[in-house]
Design a protein. Structure first.
Length: 347
């Protein structure tokens, strides 16, 4: 039982308050936690539902969840979050740690938090604040900074631990890239190995992530070769080194938790995640493609979704322009020697 809401201790991070460990996983108490791969995800409080159960049950390692709540009725919202977490299945609770984040331009004392009444925060989603705060509490050396609702291939974490240890010991400034797919909504049972995925792909029921929406964002060449490479349930190998030569490329990867933090100036919906890859390129990271593991998301985005995305982006375009200018200046000041190694960063 962790439903205790009268003795909170909040931490201050910039203009935010953090309630750490509203739920702590039993995995974090294990001596083995250092060598595990922690999956980091983030959501707003209203998305805390059955999708979290599906995602955590499909992941075989520790999960850290950042939950963003608006800045009013804070203690009621915290209690509601606790109740929802309390009713999660035992196999989810043993893997899951959760932290609550909310905006506050004043202090994070109990009285200050009680006085917060900012309804404008309903429409804000400080995505990179959430990602970074979640990382600050990670006890493992290895991480995947993911998003909500993504499901991984079977035994992903177990298979990847030995290779992560081997490769990151050799080169800490490297990441292990895995392919990402979208699965048609009509598919009842998601594929958990490459042979199942290949069958759906051949039927047109699976595509590379955003292939029908923004192909340059996630496309990785030589997919037929990847599909045809024999599966091995015990050994994962590196397929090849990938060159970071497209400004819009957003590879998904396993890394050490020592990679740069996400730039918090970037608004949700315009390069908020890509910017981390940009900085890693400027820091001369190596991107290595894995052969047999993958991640997937149910639902295939198409060009019909573009107007809605563009409308959302238009509301934060000026913030993005400022963030991009500051970022490019910082990169040129800190890493002038790698400017020609990376594409020009833009929207």
């Amino acid at each position: 039982m962790f439903l205790i809401y009268f003795s909170f201790r909040f931490l201050k991070y910039k203009n935010y308050c953090v309630l750490p460990y509203v739920k702590r996983s039993s995995m974090e108490n294990s001596l083995e936690i250092l060598d595990r791969i922690t999956l980091i995800i983030h959501i707003s409080e209203n998305y805390l539902d059955h999708r979290l159960i599906e995602q955590v049950e499909a992941w075989d390692g520790p999960v850290t969840l950042a939950i963003i709540i608006p800045s009013f009725n804070i203690f009621d919202k915290i209690r509601n979050v606790q109740i929802k977490l309390l009713h999660l299945p035992v196999n989810v609770l043993e893997k899951l740690s959760a932290h609550i984040i909310f905006e506050s331009n004043i202090s994070c004392t109990t009285n200050s938090v009680k006085s917060l009444n900012d309804f404008t925060t309903i429409s804000k989603y400080p995505i990179n604040i959430a990602r970074n705060i979640a990382r600050m509490f990670i006890p493992s050396k290895y991480v995947i900074i993911g998003d909500y609702e993504f499901i991984f291939s079977q035994n992903f974490e177990q298979k990847m631990r030995p290779l992560a240890k081997q490769e990151f010991t050799k080169n800490p400034k490297s990441v292990l890239v895995f392919r990402t797919f979208e699965i048609n909504e009509s598919v009842v049972r998601l594929p958990r190995d490459k042979s199942e995925l290949k069958k759906l792909y051949s039927q047109g029921l699976a595509v590379q992530f955003h292939a029908k929406f923004n192909q340059g964002g996630h496309a990785i060449p030589d997919l037929p070769k990847w599909f045809n490479y024999p599966e091995n349930n015990h050994t994962i190998i590196i397929d090849k080194i990938l060159k970071f030569d497209r400004h819009g490329w957003e590879p998904q990867f396993i890394s050490l938790n020592t990679i740069p933090f996400h730039d918090e100036n970037f608004p949700y919906s315009i390069r908020d995640n890509t910017v981390l890859r940009w900085e890693m390129c400027r820091q001369n990271y190596t991107f290595m493609l894995l052969n047999n593991v993958f991640m997937m998301h149910k639902g295939i985005k198409t060009v019909d979704d573009i107007p809605k995305v563009k409308e959302m982006q238009s509301k934060v375009k000026s913030q993005f322009i400022t963030a991009l200018a500051l970022f490019n200046k910082r990169m040129d000041d800190e890493y002038p020697e790698t400017k020609r190694n990376c594409p020009t960063f833009r929207a």
